[in-house]
Design a protein around this ligand. Structure first.
Ligand code: FAD
Length: 281
């Protein structure tokens, strides 16, 4: 199907993008979610402002923590030595997005702005305490990832606001992992779990856990974190965390006829154990 007619503007800078966008306009990054939605006539913006080649939105810099430009592609993030060193779970999540063609075009900014519940990067961003940096006509602001994802396909972005980058703390002293149960056709996450474990000798001093795919948005899992922290990550702790994670996500469950809510909730516990095992190498 063809989308409705629209005007096309290619912005050369963030300022130009913000001053060009109209009330009925949308930013275009990799186009791998927006264009399918337009072809299905689920959305019909009258204007697209192409932000894919804006220099300020490119690149990944490591300076204490990570700053990833909104237009960085999944492939660039997955193959970045800095991301692999400072947040291996994010490199892993971006490396598991779709197929190589999707990873070559899809961007981190587009992925999180679209806020598909089955996306991979949001789960890691929530687990690892990332910050989303946003620019609007009235200035810049930053929002923690946990607050950025509000509900199904809903974020804290206001109309006309542009994500410029995502900041992450340096997690190189943690054991991190992202594991998912991919949909056999699309590769989107049916269940995805991210863990970031700070170990002190053989004891887990701090655990950060988030679940996506099974839920309408990426959810931080305080119950599972409490069950893992202060333990040696033995079987009893893992079983307790697997039970706790089901309660953590109970209010946010997503499902469909093939993979209903109850199934995804159960699988979240299974994949939490797998994520801890993967993090421990
Ligand atoms: C076949 C297929 C398989 C996929 N599999 C997966 C998967 O397994 N896991 C996964 O996580 N994702 C998957 N995706 C999604 C993909 O990873 C892209 O991240 C996603 O399509 C959005 O990124 P984009 O750059 O293409 O954004 P676009 O499609 O260009 O934009 C999406 C939305 O975000 C807005 N937007 C874009 N950039 C910004 C910005 N900087 N600031 C504010 N708003 C912005 C746009 O206006 C639009 O509303 C898949 C996509 C396809 C087509």
């Amino acid at each position: 199907m063809w989308p409705n007619k629209f005007d096309y503007v290619r912005a050369g800078s963030v300022d130009e993008a913000l001053s060009s966008i109209t009330d009925d306009g949308k930013f275009l990054a990799g186009g791998h979610s927006l264009l399918p939605v337009m072809k299905l006539r689920l959305d019909a913006p009258e204007q697209l402002v192409d932000i894919g080649r804006i220099p300020e939105l490119q690149g990944i810099s490591a300076n204490g923590g990570l700053t990833i430009g909104a237009a960085a592609t999944h492939d660039a993030i997955a193959s970045s030595a800095d991301v692999q060193a400072m947040c291996s779970a994010l490199a892993s999540a971006c490396g598991q997005v779709g197929d190589q063609g999707v990873r070559n075009f899809g961007t981190l900014g587009g992925n999180i702005a679209h806020a598909d519940p089955a996306s991979d990067p949001p789960t890691v961003l929530v687990a690892c305490g990332a910050t989303v940096n946003i620019q609007g006509a009235d200035g810049a602001r930053s929002v923690g990832a946990e607050d950025f994802f509000v509900d199904l396909f809903e974020t804290a972005l206001d109309d006309g606001e542009l994500i410029t980058s995502v900041s992450l703390p340096n997690c190189s002293d943690c054991q991190c992992a992202y594991v998912k149960f991919p949909h056999p056709a699309s590769r989107y996450a049916i269940v995805g779990v991210a863990v970031c474990l700070k170990m002190d000798g053989g004891t887990c001093a701090q655990a950060d856990v988030a679940v996506g795919g099974a839920t309408v948005k990426a959810v931080k899992c305080a119950g599972a974190e409490a069950a893992l922290a202060g333990t040696t990550l033995d079987d009893a702790a893992l079983n307790a965390a697997a039970e706790a994670v089901k309660s953590d996500i109970a209010d946010w469950l997503a499902g469909d006829i093939a993979y209903p809510e109850s199934y995804r909730q159960q699988m979240a516990g299974v994949f939490l154990k797998r994520a801890v095992a993967a993090a421990q190498g």
